[in-house]
Design a protein around this ligand. Structure first.
Ligand SMILES: [Fe+2]
Length: 232
């Protein structure tokens, strides 16, 4: 989503699924049905539960760009729009996970050794202990999906791995190469998205001179030991 400098979304609206934003660029002020305000900037995550009226305005000094994902598929016509305070349900509950409050997780195999230098964080994770959660301190609990950020250092890559379910990647900043085992790699740059099917061994390499920032999402919750790593 793109919001021009000085602009805002009209009214507020709510969904029948959970909506999650990650800020790519700029700053926003968000509001809910109670009129409570929240603020987010680059790499911060905003979590909007089912049924909570919400909208944002650009509160920064440049364009506002954010990625949004849903924890399910919302059928057309099920979003509800409200254009006056009287008709807006008085419901709040928007949560923000600030990037600055999240500690990087370096515990993936070889992640702290060149040429595999990378770390992960979770913004949203399953509640049970066995589920993947790279941020037990303040990840938001959701029973459908897990998502967060991946940062790969220049000249480094992930250890090839496979998940039991489909995974989605969207590049936020930098340039990378996503390779599925036995196939020619695909180049990725800002806003390139990729789906990797369950069971497919794959890895992302940073091709650029800056850190590569990627948003990741698992279509369903998985256990940590279900991620299978392959030595090269
Ligand atoms: Fe929305």
């Amino acid at each position: 989503m793109h919001v021009e400098l000085g602009c805002r979304q009209k009214g507020v609206h709510s969904h029948t699924i959970t909506e999650i934003y990650v800020i790519l660029k700029g700053h926003c002020e968000g509001y809910d049905g109670n009129g409570d305000l929240h603020h987010a900037g680059p790499m911060d995550c905003i979590y909007i539960p089912v049924g909570v009226p919400h909208a944002v305005r650009n509160s920064g000094t440049e364009e506002l760009e954010l990625l949004w994902i849903h924890d399910g598929v919302e059928k057309k016509g099920l979003s509800t729009y409200y254009y006056s305070e009287e008709e807006t349900p008085k419901v709040g509950g928007v949560q923000v996970v600030k990037f600055a409050d999240v500690e990087p997780d370096w515990s993936s195999p070889k992640a702290s050794q060149a040429p595999y230098l990378h770390w992960l964080v979770s913004f949203v994770a399953g509640g049970k202990k066995e589920y993947v959660n790279f941020n037990p301190r303040n990840a938001i609990i959701n029973s459908n999906i897990a998502m967060g950020l991946l940062c790969i250092y220049p000249g480094n890559k992930q250890l090839p791995h496979a998940l039991p379910g489909t995974q989605c990647y969207v590049v936020m900043k930098g340039e990378g190469l996503l390779t599925e085992k036995g196939k020619k790699g695909g180049r990725m740059q800002a806003l390139t998205g990729a789906w990797v099917k369950g069971g497919v061994v794959h890895a992302i390499r940073n091709l650029g001179t800056e850190p590569l920032w990627v948003m990741w999402m698992h279509e369903r919750l998985i256990k940590r030991e279900a991620i299978k790593y392959e030595e090269e």
